[in-house]
Design a protein around this ligand. Sequence first.
Ligand SMILES: *[C@@H]1O[C@H](CO)[C@@H](O)[C@H](O)[C@H]1NC(C)=O
Ligand SMILES: *[C@@H]1O[C@H](CO)[C@@H](O)[C@H](O)[C@H]1NC(C)=O
Ligand SMILES: *[C@@H]1O[C@H](CO)[C@@H](O)[C@H](O)[C@H]1NC(C)=O
Ligand SMILES: *[C@@H]1O[C@H](CO)[C@@H](O)[C@H](O)[C@H]1NC(C)=O
Ligand SMILES: *[C@@H]1O[C@H](CO)[C@@H](O)[C@H](O)[C@H]1NC(C)=O
Length: 947
Amino acid sequence: MEYQQLIIAFCFYSLFVQQSQLTYAGKHLCPPPPPPPHEAVYLLQLKQGLTVDPNAYRNGCDSEAEAKTLSWNATRDCCEWGGVTCNAFTGHVIGLDLSSSCLRGTINANSTLKKLGHLQRLNLAFNKLSDFPLGNSISELSSMTHLNLSHSGNMIWEMQIPAVLSNLSKLVSLDLSWHFTEFQFGLTTFRSLLQTKPIWRYLSLRGTGMFGNISESQIFHLPNLQVLRLGDNPLLTDTLPNFHRNFSGSVLELDFSNTGIFGKVPGSIANLHSLWRLNLLNCNLSGSIPESLGNLTAIRELILTGNNFTGNVPSTISKLSKLVYLDLSSNHFRGSIPESIGNLTAITELALSDNSFTGNVPSTIRKLNKLSYLSLSSNNFEGSIPDIFANFSELSFLDFDTNSFTGPLPFSIATLTRLESLYLQNNSLTGPLPSNISGFQELQILDLSFNCFTGATPPWLFHLPSLFSLYVQHNQLTGKLPNELKSNYVEYSNIDLSYNKLQGEIPDWMFSTSMGRLDLSHNFLTGFEKQVWPSGSLQYLNLENNFLQGTLHQSFCDMINLEFLILAQNNFSSSIPDCLGNSNSFISILDLRMNNFHGEIPRFLPTGLQYLSLYGNQLRGQVSRSLVNCTSLEALDLGNNKLNDTFPIWLEKLPNLQVLILKSNLFHGPIGDLESEFPFPELRIFDLSCNGFTGTLPSNFFKNFRGMMDLDEENTEITQASNRTHRDYLYHVSLVIKGNEYDMGITSIMTSVDLSSNRFEGDIPNSIGNLSSLVLLNLSHNSFLGRIPAEFAQLQQLESLDLSMNRLIGEIPSLLSSLTFLEVLNLSYNHLAGRIPIGKQFNTFPNDSCCGNPDLCGFPLSKECGNNNESPLEHDDDDDSYFMSGFTWEAVVIGYGCGMIFGLLIGGLMFLFEKPKWYVNFAEDIAQHIAANKRTRQKKRRGLRMN
Ligand SMILES: *[C@@H]1O[C@H](CO)[C@@H](O)[C@H](O)[C@H]1NC(C)=O
Ligand SMILES: *[C@@H]1O[C@H](CO)[C@@H](O)[C@H](O)[C@H]1NC(C)=O
Ligand SMILES: *[C@@H]1O[C@H](CO)[C@@H](O)[C@H](O)[C@H]1NC(C)=O
Ligand SMILES: *[C@@H]1O[C@H](CO)[C@@H](O)[C@H](O)[C@H]1NC(C)=O
Ligand SMILES: *[C@@H]1O[C@H](CO)[C@@H](O)[C@H](O)[C@H]1NC(C)=O
């Protein structure tokens, strides 16, 4: 009854409204009429089908309070409900904005949504609606002008989109961005739709998984188009179209970022004379920028980042006087920056990084005093950094790193008051740092590393009130670190002063509670008698290569957050504190190489260890049995101590162990029997040299060392530690490589087995032939008997093979000549006989690679083989007489020097001296590693700035 009356009332009311719309023409005469009540009912029914869930969309809403439907209740006029807009005259619901309302649920064909026949604007963005064959119900909403379904959930549209949308004849704005449709669809399915929609002004299909060819879709043939966003659809391809005059005049924004657009930018781009924003980030565009770009005089944002553009930047760019944002980074632009860049006076963000720009930085940049972001990094700029910053009151990000800048730091940089990040690393800047500054009060990150700054560290360097990261490593700074700081300035969390010439003691404040990463390695610091350590947040402590000496007290272990502890190459002379192995220790990198630590290895060690190096100390006793619990251990270097133990065969089960170095200790006895089916499964560097090991090698010993078989170059880097929160730490080991000992960081593939200078005997196991990726093999100075296994011919990666000073007999297997990488071969002082194989590598080895085998003949020895091919002679094993014949021990010791610690002693018996291939790789690795770090950071920066 009541309902019927309402309907009648509504009819009258509609009549009234139709007339009033004619006559009122927008004047406010009466208070608006109430909306028709059934629309409220439809809305309430719509609400019933949905639930409010704060987790519905992660950026959508933080709390239920943000759900607009909460205010929907029958006691109030529905025009006052959250998100509902009514027509002021008719009272009809014409707008529904439920964006970011924490909604979850279904809007399907039965939903009452379709009954809101006057709806003009619908926004369901940022919700998590599912099963959403919305299509059919939406097609009934024929008044719709603006439809926004961006980030609204999963819809099953498939091919019906055009059909559904074609009913919405008034639609001018459609936003489907980030709609993860169940079926990706081709852009061409839009073609028919576009032909019926000449009035479209706004179309966003970003991140919809669309594919296909843009020109086929004729998407540009929309005469009223203002905004077109097709970004984040990598499968969309095509060249940019010719921008025809007829369709270009109204375009305000084009977004093709992260699509497969390729080819050149057409000169017709000039027809987009109203264009406000052009985003071509990360496409495959190439060629040079047309001069006509200068005609886009309305443009404010121009983003060409991450393409393959080449050539000079046209000087016409200086005509873009409204430009506020210009990003040309990560292309191949060359030439110098035109002076006329100073005309872009509106610009606030300018990024030219990662190109091949050259020349000086034009001083006209001084006119761009609205800049807040300026990046010229990773180019070939040279000359001094011009002193142009005096008026840059807004500059917060300044990045000139990785260029060839010389000269001193321009004074005006230190006056920048809003600066938050300053990157000047990887240049050749010189001179002392300014002794006084007037800016930098908001500076958070300061990177001056890899330059040539000299002089003392000025006090302000440690007094910047907002700074948390200070990178000054790889300079020539001298003097002492300040002892005391004003207490409120101790908020630094990251200081890197490594590779300078700093002297004196390390002040206590550096271990303050905020410090997370402290690197003072490679300086001239002294002392270290700290009694009390703060239990701070320090995670990374690197004091490598100083002159520190003293004792590590128990309280050292109070630094309970420590993960990286590197004290290598100092003069610490205590025992290693037992407490390091406390169960709450997080230490994963423990590097105490080359000190004077004495006593025994602690009975318990941190179970999370990944790298443990105690190389070059005075440690005695046994290998700590607790290592068996360190299942993450990747590298263990105990070389050059006085450890007296048998072979720790119990390490065979450590699943990640890649490096095991026990050389130059007092290890003794036989290797023992392997238990596992796959012992030492990841082992790549295995060094037992210069010990007292005895006995025969088990015949299957090398059979299942999978780490040295069929290495795939991609997957073998020791990277676990680098996945941590800190910059990479290179594992260091000391290795004899082709007769020279190197202290080197391991990052790339290297495989080595060194059992030299022990007392192993018996046959060389054939199973060595399984180690198909082995690069270095040294079995010299043992008592191996028998023949050289023919299986050695399978060691196709081998670069160095040393079998000298054993008791090997028989002929040299002729297949060894097929080892094409072999650079170093030493078979001298055995009992080999017969003809030396000829061909390939063997022709390159010098004479002494085979000397001391009286029964060998042929090239390179001067002894020629008889024509009758005399059979090899068996030797009677008379060692003494053999060793006395023809050479002295001294020559041998020089070459292999057990206990030789570092340096480049060239072995007396070694001949080819080239840079080993690994070593070269290693240097390249560092360079790549630096570059990779940079890239990551740049990406991060860019990521922060896009979207
Ligand atoms: C719509 O309602 C009808 C009748 O209640 C039902 O049979 C049908 O399954 C519903 N459709 C959807 C998509 O829920
Ligand atoms: C769609 O709605 C979202 C969220 O309110 C908004 O950010 C976006 O700009 C809207 N799209 C259009 C075309 O207005
Ligand atoms: C451009 O507009 C003119 C005049 O309206 C028309 O004659 C011409 O055919 C149009 N060109 C295209 C490519 O649509
Ligand atoms: C970039 O362009 C150069 C020269 O035109 C070409 O050799 C190179 O392959 C291109 N690189 C990419 C990633 O397209
Ligand atoms: C090694 O230890 C054993 C027993 O613990 C001892 O007999 C031997 O003398 C030690 N060797 C050396 C060289 O110290």
